[in-house]
Design a protein around this ligand. Structure first.
Ligand code: GLN
Length: 489
């Protein structure tokens, strides 16, 4: 049976009860047994994983253990790694090898982590189901006919099925939290500017942020502690960001005196009744742990999805203009001239969802429409930010469902982009406001996991971690693993 958490592995390694090589082998065996079904990993080099584990054991013996010494962590295919391909699950980047490691990858290596392959994702992180991946859909271990959420669906599926104890994802509009919710694990999006975006393939630069996907809250804190920090080569990381004691933040075991804001706009019509019941039950439990529930309003919530689907595609259309097939990426056969090379290469390389975003974004930014769409959306973004600022004058933290529904069936929403876009209705506002958010499991509806989302003021991940740790300590939702993958950890 796999380990219950990264922290458990760390303790056992520190006590000499196991080695990094044994741990790596255990997870490699699980991947070998289950990945064909799940398609959670799109690249894995077992020899390379074992090599890192051997080096880690040697480092421990010679120089002592670093923060993540010997701990296996999988990473989404969006992170540039010098080892192996980085393809963003797109044909336009097929077989691309990055010349350098992303800043967070360097940080994980410096902390002694063992990097375990690349996980499946929606192409360029555009999607909510991992169905837009050029490398095939990824499955939800709780029900193989269902999606694991997206865009970090491979990371979520791998952690939920215990093929890896932890993974990295990215979150532009919900891509860490929504799949975490739909697969019953914990996922945190740090404050925008906390973690460097250098070497993370850009989708929407003002929204993208990397973060952990784990089985426990403390594991999320351990990884964030290792990857956060100013990067001179990413000017959006903040040099004097408030420093947190990440592990201490997780020691909270009750919620005495904590004011939890419950925004009515997140409990709306169309929400699954059983999801609502699970989240309401979780909130009651928080009350029993000493918290005070406060009804609040975030009045511009209903505008978040519309604003996001102007801002994110606009930024994506600019970011994706670099795939011109000249310096890297797919190039079509026998181009007639330069223009033919550009257009045919892009047409062959990008999937339909990515094309839809590029077209929408280019339109929104075009002369004459800029003020009506992009500028307007940015103004709405400010209103959404103000909603949160006002709410945090009254409460310490906000709690909502992470997703209004549980995991849907593969193919159910692929013909209807608008319904797919609504999957992130509960997560998008947090990105627009640049705030930290965390999803943790809080029950089941129709035998599928339900997630509870915590939102805190900027730079206050300690508040998220404190609330989530107290809830986790009082429940055992985080211990469930689907029966076919072992039952419980
Ligand atoms: N599902 C949203 C989208 O498709 C968010 C994706 C993300 O956070 N990367 O854009």
């Amino acid at each position: 049976m796999p380990f219950s958490s990264l922290s458990e592995i760390k303790t056992r390694l520190d006590n000499g009860e196991t080695t990094a090589v044994e741990v790596a082998q255990l997870y490699l065996d699980r991947i070998a047994a289950h990945n064909e079904q799940l398609n959670a990993f799109v690249h894995l080099d077992a020899e390379h994983v074992l090599g890192q584990a051997q080096a880690s054991d040697a480092h421990r013996a010679k120089e002592g253990a670093r923060a993540l010494e010997g701990l296996p962590i999988a990473v989404k295919d969006i992170f540039c790694t010098q080892d192996g391909p980085t393809q963003c699950c797109s044909n336009i980047l097929k077989d691309f090898h990055a010349p350098y490691d992303a800043h967070v990858i360097t940080k994980l290596k410096e902390a002694g982590a063992v990097l375990v392959g690349k996980t499946n994702m929606d192409e360029f992180a555009m999607g909510s189901s991992t169905e837009t991946s050029a490398f095939g859909v990824c499955r939800n271990p709780w029900d193989m006919d269902r999606i694991p959420g997206g865009s970090s669906g491979g990371s979520a599926s791998a952690v939920a099925a215990a093929l890896t104890p932890a993974a990295l994802g990215t979150d532009t509009g919900g891509s860490i939290r929504q799949p975490a919710s739909l697969t019953g694990i914990t996922g945190m999006k740090p404050t925008y500017g906390r973690v460097s975006r250098r070497g993370i393939i850009a989708f929407a630069s003002s929204l993208d942020q990397a973060g952990p996907m784990t089985r426990t809250v403390k594991d999320a804190a351990m990884i964030t502690a290792a990857i956060e920090g100013h990067d001179a080569l990413d000017s959006t990381t903040v040099a004097d960001a408030p420093q947190l004691d990440w592990l201490k933040a997780c020691e909270q075991r009750d919620m005495k005196g904590m004011k939890i804001g419950v925004p009515k706009e997140y409990f709306v019509e169309g929400m699954d009744a059983e999801v609502r019941a699970s989240v309401e039950e979780a909130l009651k439990q928080c009350e029993a742990l000493g918290a005070e529930l406060v009804d609040i309003s975030l009045p511009h919530t209903h505008l978040a999805v519309a604003a996001y689907y102007v801002i994110a595609p606009s930024e994506a259309s600019a970011n994706l203009s670099r795939y011109d097939s000249v310096r890297f990426g797919h190039r079509c056969d026998n181009p007639e001239d330069l223009l033919d090379m550009y257009t045919r290469s892009r047409d062959e390389g990008f999937g339909s969802e990515v094309k839809r975003r590029i077209l929408t974004g280019t339109f929104a930014l075009s002369s004459g429409y800029y003020d009506a769409y992009y500028l307007k959306a940015q103004q709405v973004r400010t209103l959404i930010q103000q909603d949160f600022t006002q709410a945090f004058e009254k409460v310490d933290v906000i709690a909502t469902p992470t997703s209004p529904i549980t995991a849907f069936k593969i193919g159910e929403k692929t013909d209807d982009p608008l319904t797919m876009y609504l999957s992130d209705i509960d997560t998008i506002a947090v990105n627009l406001a640049g705030l930290p958010g965390l999803s943790q499991p809080c029950g089941f509806a129709q035998n599928l996991p339900v997630g509870l989302q915590w939102i805190a003021p900027a730079w206050r991940e300690d508040v998220l971690l404190g609330a989530a740790s107290a809830y986790e300590a009082a429940t055992d939702w985080h211990k469930h693993v689907p029966a076919a993958f072992g039952g419980e950890v």
